[in-house]
Design a binder for this molecule. Sequence first.
Ligand code: SF4
Ligand code: SF4
Length: 83
Amino acid sequence: MAFEIVAACVSCTACEMVCPNQAISAGELHFEIDPGLCTECAESYPDPQCASICPIEGAILDELGDPLNPPGSLIGILPQVAA
Ligand code: SF4
Ligand code: SF4
């Protein structure tokens, strides 16, 4: 299993520094996770270290494509529901 970094990533480098498996590196457009190295931190941490430090909502997705930091989770403001 592995997570994925998507276009919302602002390439701040924070996750690269905390990944215990050196699974994160700079890609052509944004940082990327090597699926062969990412263990979802399951072996050594209660939470994925990349998602714990990432300041951008929606930048890292789980294996189902759901954001680890969903809208509203970091800034505390839930997105408006369309009328
Ligand atoms: S979940 Fe853990 S192992 Fe996987 S990329 Fe994030 S910090 Fe690295
Ligand atoms: S911490 Fe988030 S925004 Fe920063 S490089 Fe990693 S995925 Fe991109």
